[in-house]
Design a protein around this ligand. Structure first.
Ligand code: PRP
Length: 198
């Protein structure tokens, strides 16, 4: 396969996806390197990986299979309310079950955007008194930040495009794309129109 074809949007998605921002190969390479960085930082000690539902699904699966240290895995369900492209009101849909007191914790999310999600989740986790708490995100959009929050491990810093794929959705769709792509503006304009008419 040529380098060009890897960055070309597959025919099936061309109507919805404007372009490929991060290819499958780039994701695979970076996730492996991130795992090495995390392993080093945690000195091979057992960790609890806390992942935020649902956007982390692909990133998490790939990241933890490269983490060569003992770990336990748990999830927090948190979602911004609504179908739009703006992060709205936050709703917790699942609480943590593993006791993280005195544990080394890695919080994993797919994207750090305005920072509202992280800035709500971090104090909740800190209150559970972990020994160490580090954060890891696949994508970081520093240009969109509203809250003062940063991640310790970042896969890719990206500009302000509406991105989908590799777990990231628009109105719960496109999570299954194996690459990170830029959503065609006409897709979210259509949906916003539909919501406004209701
Ligand atoms: C997305 C994403 C992050 C959050 C980032 O979650 O998964 O958790 O938004 O945005 P912020 O920095 O502006 O808070 P979403 O609420 O869309 O839920 P999802 O993971 O189920 O898609």
């Amino acid at each position: 396969m040529s380098a060009k074809s890897k960055t070309t949007v597959p025919l099936r998605w061309r109507k919805d996806v404007e372009r490929v921002l991060i290819t499958e190969a780039q994701l695979a390479r970076r996730v492996k390197i991130l795992a090495r960085e995390i392993e080093k930082d945690f000195h091979g000690r057992e960790m609890v990986v806390v992942s935020l539902l649902s956007g982390t699904v692909m990133f998490l699966a790939d990241l933890i299979r490269h983490l060569n240290l003992p770990l336990r895995l748990d999830f927090i369900g948190v979602s911004s309310y609504g179908l739009g492209t703006e992060s709205g009101e936050l709703v917790f849909t699942k609480e943590l079950r593993i006791d993280v007191r005195n544990r080394d914790v890695l919080l994993v999310d797919d994207i750090l955007d305005t920072g509202r999600t992280m800035s709500r989740v971090l104090p909740k986790l800190r209150a559970l008194k972990p020994r160490r708490l580090k954060t890891c995100v696949l994508l970081d959009k520093p240009g969109r930040r509203v809250e003062k929050v940063r991640a310790d491990f970042v896969g890719f810093a990206i500009p302000d495009h509406f991105v989908i794929g590799y777990g990231l959705d628009f109105a719960e769709r496109y999570r299954n794309l194996p690459f990170v792509g830029v959503l065609h503006p006409h897709v979210y304009k259509e949906v916003s129109k539909h919501i406004c008419r209701k």
